[in-house]
Ligand binder design. Structure first.
Ligand code: PEP
Ligand code: MN
Length: 351
């Protein structure tokens, strides 16, 4: 048998002219690729029946989608489809109780890196809620580089999260590390967090996709955009459409000043190529509390649908990530600045 692998399809407008079609074919061929005109009853498309080098794909998309007579460019061979805007042009909205994230709704998730005690979480929850956060974060299962470092309170941590969530009236997000723990964690928290180190733990993604809870999928510091969206595809193919992406910094060329390099480019890139909400984590992105506010505001200005920020009542006593955790008063000030940036940009975002 034979098969034609179509890597990309250029869908032409119904009123396309012969000249416009010919121009599209020429542009494709000038890049060393084959062009296959596919006339249809309704309208014509031009297929590209060969593999396209990954770095050429976005360039070609940009050139072709701007040409007269072109309706849109559809990427057939990319490793994700459900996560793509190609067949889902409108923004997805994630619902967590009364909280909405995406499609114009903005939410801040804040709290300690790790759940350490009931008192610590209660203080943190009250403070972040009072400052305007709508989700409480806190890890019960911590992915630590060293097995001797604090691993999290695990089940006890989940119980603390749940009690505090109910007492303060704020939904929660918490990381799940092991596919076997997905059901347990899903019983206790409102959003499952897949950590950066787990982004390509495929059995974990499948289990999380089936748990019936929204999922926050962090980007691995080593992952390309395609790998990250392909990981989201694992969640979406389980029938879960309540998926958020979280940029948390990629490998830096220099760890002297920052823990990671926040890939701010990811915000407009994800917004263009995917309908999923994009959340930014400036805390892990830069790694030092003094830089977190500037980076957080940049993410808001860039169009992030939300932020994930580490806040600890006493950062100097934190069992993990104290150096990058804001004090409650610093967080409250940042929230006011976030509101100011959002208000300044609101007239431009109104449709
Ligand atoms: C965290 O959110 O505390 C965390 C461990 O983040 P990441 O997976 O991005 O390192
Ligand atoms: Mn952390």
């Amino acid at each position: 048998g034979w098969r034609v692998l179509i890597a990309m399809m250029v869908l032409m407008r119904k009123d396309v002219t012969e000249e416009q079609l010919e121009a599209v074919v020429q542009v494709i061929e000038s890049h060393g690729l084959k062009a296959l005109p596919l006339p249809g009853g309704e309208r014509t498309a031009v297929g590209i029946p060969s593999a396209i080098p990954p770095d050429l794909r976005p360039v070609l998309d940009e050139i072709l989608s701007a040409m007269p007579g072109v309706d849109k460019v559809v990427h057939i061979s990319r490793p994700y489809k459900l996560a793509s805007r190609d067949f889902h042009p409108h923004d997805s909205e994630v619902r967590v109780g009364e909280v909405r994230i995406g499609a114009g709704h903005f939410a801040v998730m804040a709290g300690p890196c790790a759940v350490e005690s009931y008192e610590q979480m209660l203080t943190a929850a009250r403070a972040v809620k009072a400052a305007g956060a709508s989700i409480l974060r806190g890890g019960a299962y911590k992915p630590r580089t060293s097995p001797y470092a604090f691993q999290g309170l695990q089940r006890e941590g989940l119980e603390i999260l749940k009690v505090v969530s109910q007492e303060v009236g704020i939904p929660t997000v918490s990381e799940v590390l092991d596919p076997h723990d997905v059901e347990l964690v899903a019983d206790y928290v409102d959003i499952l967090q897949i950590g950066a180190r787990s982004m390509q733990n495929f059995p974990l993604l499948v289990a999380a996709g089936r748990a019936g809870k929204p999922v926050l999928l962090k980007r691995s510091p080593h992952a390309t955009i395609d790998e990250w969206l392909a990981a989201a595809e694992y969640l979406l193919t389980q029938g879960n459409d309540q998926i958020m992406l979280c940029e948390r910094g990629i490998v830096p060329i220099d760890r002297t000043y920052a823990r990671n390099t926040l890939d701010i480019n990811a915000v407009p890139i994800i917004r263009y190529h995917s309908h999923l909400p994009i959340i930014v984590d400036p805390s892990h992105g830069v790694g030092h509390a003094r830089y977190v506010p500037a980076v957080a505001l940049a993410a808001v200005a860039a169009g992030a649908d939300g932020l994930l920020i580490e806040v600890h009542p006493q950062p100097e006593r934190a069992l993990s990530d104290g150096a990058q955790s804001l004090r409650p008063d610093e967080f409250a000030q940042l929230m006011a600045q976030i509101q100011a940036v959002r208000a300044a940009l609101a007239p431009f975002n109104a449709k």
